[in-house]
Design a protein around this ligand. Sequence first.
Ligand code: G1P
Length: 291
Amino acid sequence: MKLIRKAILPVAGLGTRFLPATKAMPKEMLPVVDRPLIQHVVDEARQAGIEHFIFVTGRNKGVIEDHFDRQFELEFTLTERNRRAELDLLAHDLPGAGQTSFTRQQQPLGLGHAVWCAREIVGDEPFALLLPDVLVQAKRSCLAQMLDAYRHLPDNANVIAVEEVPADRIHMYGVVGVGQSQGRAFEITQMIEKPPRDQAPSNLIITGRYILQPEIFNILADQTRGTGGEIQITDAMIRLARKQPFYGLKFEGRSFDCGSKIGFLAANIAYALERDDIAPALRAEIKSLLG
Ligand code: G1P
């Protein structure tokens, strides 16, 4: 059985698109309903069986580390007040002892560089990469769906979650070319980062969930700069694709680009509408706002 045990979560980004909210607080801690963005992404990875969470952080991101730690004062007060539900929730959300690692990206040199910063902690095994800007709302965790596909693919397979977007948004993402089907997945024939609209090989974008082989680290070690002068993960994947197969999976579910304000607000509404304790009142509010 092919296992993926470790996941990289790059959380070093400055979050300039959400200033001033992110002046003193990491963007990954912005709440979607009542859970920080990063908690939603960790939940998705845990549901896929990930055992070790590697956060690539930067300056001013200490709160993320605290979030994934116990909070004794809070637990003490909740215990005194007999708030069992809240205590259970906190305990449930917490990865186990030794299941988190934190390393720093000391300079903002790009996503590829952030991933490379985790190489020693990942070691020589395939791993998952989840970009916390993206939330995927799905019945079965997006990463779990990818692992289902991965188990039926060749040993050296790399898997990327993809989805269709309207033509006017393609240039904002990595885009893949579509080859033959392989079960629920398909062979990727081409990848390109943020292509001009007329050069995109399809309308299928890279969604921010990856299963990658450790050979990607040797390629990233070159520190070659790509689009925007940054070390791009997509460029390293293009080079790895010369030696190893890449597959795309159109996952079942809906993604929200929480790096944009509209995506973030839409995620909040969509996640709240799934909650029995919130949905009825929220529907009424939305109706009155729109009316
Ligand atoms: C990154 C990736 C891009 C992918 C996107 C998904 O871009 O480089 O291929 O489509 O995430 O959100 P970024 O959003 O960091 O510019």
